[in-house]
Structures are given as C-alpha cells and as structure tokens.
Design a protein around this ligand. Structure first.
Ligand code: HEM
Length: 495
C-alpha cells in the first residue's frame, strides 16, 4: 500500500521522465532493462571524471549537498566518476527498496582499501567493517546475538546510566560562567568511549573523572586522526602513499598502531583477570560462543570501539543542537520526561518506552542532521534497479541526504518536527530514512547507540535547559561523519 502510494507520487513527479522502474518493482511491467551506460550523470572529464566539478562546487566536505544538487539535476539514479572511481548514485526510497530486497547472502560495502592495506602491512586481522563473504558472517553472527537483540542490550542500562552520571558531572564542571562548554564533542567522545568499554570489556577507564586515562585519550585522538587521513587515501592511490611513505600514510599508520595497541591491552587485561569481573561482558560472551581467535578478536573489538565512539557522540551533539534551536520541542520533551520520571531519577528501558516523544526527537535529529549521510553496496551479481541493469561489481552509493530533504517524503523537510514520527509515521516510506543502513549489513551497534542516546538525552533534558547562544547558521561538513563547521552555540542552563 505504502509503495503504491509512493509510486503514484513518483509517476506524477517530473523526475519520472528520467526514472524507469524495473520489472521487479512494477510486477506487470515487462520492459527490458536499459544499460547502466545510458544513465545520466554530471560532466565527466578524462582522468579526473567529475572531481573538478565537485571541487568547484565546494569540495568533498560538501559532497552531501552536491549530491542533493546532482539528484535534482540528473534524477533519482545517476552515474558518476571521480578519478578512477565509478559509482551509481541512488536517492529514492522505491529504488532502494528494490536494491535491498534483492540483496545477496553476504552484502558488500565499498572496500575501505586504506584500512585493508594497513592490516596487510601489520599482519592484523579484519573486523566487521573490513571483512567480506563467509568470513564476515562468521564474525557477524556471534556479535549480532549480543548486540542486536533488544533484550540483551536492554540489560545494560544500569551500566550505561553510571557512565551518563559521570557525563553530567563533567558537563557541570566544564561549563564556564555563561554555562557554555569548550569542546562539547570531545566530552561526548569520552562518554561514548567509556560506555563502549564498559559494555565490551566491563572496563572502567576513568575518562570522565578529573584524572583522564592517557590511553583512552590517545584512542579517541587516534580515531580522529585516522578518519582525517581516510578521505585523501580513499581518492588517491594508497599503494603509492605507502610506497613513498608519505606523511598522510605515516599518520594513518601511526593512528591505527595506537588503536590496535590500546584495544589489545584492554582485551589482554580482561582475559588476565577474569575473576575481578562479576557481570557478563560482550567480549567474554563472543569469545565463549564463537570460534574467533585472539587475533580476530583484537580486530573485531578495535573496529567496534571505533564504530561506537565517533558516531554516537556525533548524533548526540546534533540532538543537543537541534533541541537548543527548537525550544517548543524541548519544552514538550522536558514535560514528557518529567511525567514519567517526576523525581529526577535515572531512566530505565521501561521508562524510555513510555516516552515516545524522546525517540521521535532523536529520529528527527538524525533525519535533519544525519551522522552518516550515505552508505554503499558493491553488487556481487547483476542487479536491476529503476529499469537499469547494473552489472556485478558496480558500486552503488545510497544517498540518504537527498531523501531526507525532499518535500515528497517529509513535509517541511528543512524543519525539526519530531511529532511527524508520532502522527505521520505510517505515511513515511521506511526506505526514506535509514540512519543505520539496512539489511544484513545494517549497523551492528544500532541498538546500543539508540539506548545510549535515549538514556543520555533523557538525563540531559531532565537537568538542563539547552539554550542557543546565537542563531547564525551551523553547517554540516563531511569528515567520515558529519561534523559542524564551528563549535555548536549552546549553553546548558540548570533547571
Ligand atoms: C548514532 C550512532 C551510529 C550510526 C548513525 C551508525 C551508522 C552506521 C551505518 C550507516 C552503517 C552502515 C550500514 C549499512 O551499510 O547498511 C554502520 C555500520 C557499522 N556500525 Fe554503526 N552507527 C552508529 C553506532 C555504532 C556503534 C555504537 C557501533 C559499535 C558498537 C557501530 C559499529 C558498526 C559496525 C561494526 C558496522 C559494520 C557492520 C557490518 O558491516 O556488518 N556503530 N553504522
């Protein structure tokens, strides 16, 4: 029904001239698919492809906005080339539904080659972010048991709340006389790092205490350094960087060395002193229930730790920003939280389930200011999408940003309207908003991230009125995750 409604709206749209729906989405249709070569696309020059156009329009940091513009110009599906890298870009829920419904047993994302080159260089194993095929599923299965089952993750709220209390204390001690914090993102990184450690290894790292753990700070800084290097290494030849031992390759290697070293130390320490730990942790559960070697565990846990730190902190940063700019929504949220938790107590999972507006605020924040505006798939078989036959090995980029910004899918798309997730939910196409990706390769940390965010956001709005300290624009820039172009202007006033 939902698809039929959306289909009708597409057919009415002017974009239909360019869009051909394939036989699998229009079951009665028998059109022969077109070659992918006939897809429209931006100007493409020899050697550089569309890179110059992208640089001219604002550069890779603004690629999400450029994709929005390209989708308006070339349609919901178009082809693009950046240097040697060819891709098909998709920004339409029906086409994505078609793509994901045809997903194979072991879906693949675009290979993050700099990470793989590092692992070969240092003879390290791969984790979920870098594995493919049978090896990937062998690692994913035991982790999924622990991380994606709501009951399993739900048990962790006590541990997560302890870390949130430290975050609140830290906010209080970091605020200046105007109740502003200097580097909010870094404080949030400490919170997510500590939560992830607590869950993965049952480890207290003391990051949100006055004596910060040096190791933990190094991990956070190294994760940022590694991500800063990644953009350039992805669009230039990583093999060449390695061969000439370029500055960027050295920085990337040094960052990964730190990340692996610290995660290994945590894991080794955890296995050395099993008796100190009374509560179960994910490391132990996965180790007991799987055939993973110690070397594989190192890679898996390092990647989980990286996956958990920057993304969740970033989503919280934008939620704080959006609430500070939307006092009406914030007041409603505060009232609804107080109804369930009148005495200022920390929430449980049951409490969170009684505050649907809290979940709606987070969902809406992740729509208007996404943490990751796209994901990708490398097709492992010929696949028909939108009437085009995309050959095996095509890299498909799944663009969430254009869909999140389209009136067709979200009325008043630019506005922060959490109530749409309560009242209009049935009208929103499920593939129009996928902040955690979709299908077999969906984010494995989704449940953990959502629980952390719900618990912490609840606590923050209980304690503070978030006030915008200016109303000048804050732009999102692409840097693996979407970072603000300046410190977010917000003050934490105590109730
Ligand atoms: C707000 C927070 C987060 C966001 C927005 C986010 C988003 C994503 C997205 C979009 C993907 C790609 C999914 C796809 O291709 O379909 C992904 C994959 C992944 N995420 Fe997250 N993530 C978050 C938190 C976390 C956390 C807390 C962890 C670890 C505990 C984590 C670990 C991973 C891993 C390991 C993968 C790769 C999964 C695989 O390929 O099997 N993420 N995430």
């Amino acid at each position: 029904m939902l698809c039929a409604l959306s289909l009708e709206s597409i057919l009415k749209s002017s974009l239909t001239k360019r869009l051909r729906l394939s036989s699998s989405s229009l079951s009665s249709s028998s059109t022969t698919p077109l070659s992918h070569l006939s897809l429209p696309g931006p100007p493409c020059w020899p050697l550089v492809g569309s890179l110059l156009d992208i640089l001219w329009k604002g550069g890779l940091k603004r690629q999400h906005n450029i994709m929005l513009e390209y989708h308006k110009q070339y349609g919901d599906i178009f082809k693009m080339k950046l240097g040697n890298f060819e891709s098909v870009q998709i920004g339409h829920p029906i086409l994505l539904e078609e793509l994901f419904r045809n997903e194979s047993q072991f879906p693949q994302r675009l290979e993050i080659r700099p990470w793989k080159v590092y692992r070969d260089y240092r003879d390290e194993s791969n984790g979920l972010l870098t594995l493919e095929g049978e090896e990937w599923i062998a690692v994913r299965r035991p982790l999924q048991q622990q991380l994606l089952k709501p009951n399993q993750i739900g048990k962790c709220h006590v541990r997560l709340n302890k870390v949130i209390e430290n975050l609140i204390t830290q906010i209080d001690s970091c605020c200046d006389e105007k109740r502003c914090m200097k580097d909010i993102m870094f404080e949030l990184n400490k919170w997510t790092f500590q939560s992830t450690c607590s869950l993965l290894y049952n480890k207290k790292v003391g990051l949100l205490q006055p004596t910060n753990s040096k190791q933990a700070l190094t991990f956070i800084m190294s994760s940022k350094q590694m991500m800063q290097c990644l953009g350039i290494l992805m669009v230039t030849s990583v093999d060449l960087h390695k061969k000439v031992n370029s500055k960027i390759w050295k920085q990337h290697t040094e960052a990964w060395d730190n990340l692996f070293k610290i995660a290994k130390e945590y894991i080794d320490m955890r296995f050395l002193k099993p008796t100190v730990y009374t509560e179960e942790d994910i490391l132990d559960e996965v180790y007991q229930s799987s055939q993973l070697s110690r070397k594989q565990l190192y890679a898996v846990m390092t990647e989980l730790q990286i996956g958990g730190v920057e993304t969740t902190a970033n989503a919280m940063l934008w939620a704080i920003f959006n609430l500070s700019r939307n006092p009406k929504a914030q007041t409603r949220l505060n009232k609804e939280v107080l109804k369930v938790l009148p005495d200022g107590q920390a929430p449980t999972v049951m409490d969170i389930n009684k505050i649907p507006f809290l979940k709606a605020c987070l969902k809406e924040s992740m729509r208007v200011t996404p943490t990751i505006p796209f994901t990708s798939r490398t097709l492992d078989k010929d696949t028909c999408v939108g009437g085009y036959l995309l050959p095996k090995n095509t890299v498909v980029m799944i663009n969430a940003h254009p869909m999140n910004n389209k009136e067709e899918y979200f009325s008043d798309a630019k506005l922060f309207k959490p109530e749409r997730w309560l009242h209009e939910k049935d009208k929103i196409h499920p593939f129009a908003n996928m902040p955690f990706g979709f299908g077999k390769r969906m984010c494995i940390g989704r449940r953990l991230a959502e629980l952390q965010l719900h618990l912490a956001l609840c606590r923050i709005v209980q304690k503070y009125r978030l006030m915008a300290t200016d109303n000048d624009p804050v732009e999102q820039l692409m840097s693996v995750v979407m970072v603000p172009n300046r410190e977010i202007p917000v003050a934490f006033h105590k109730y």
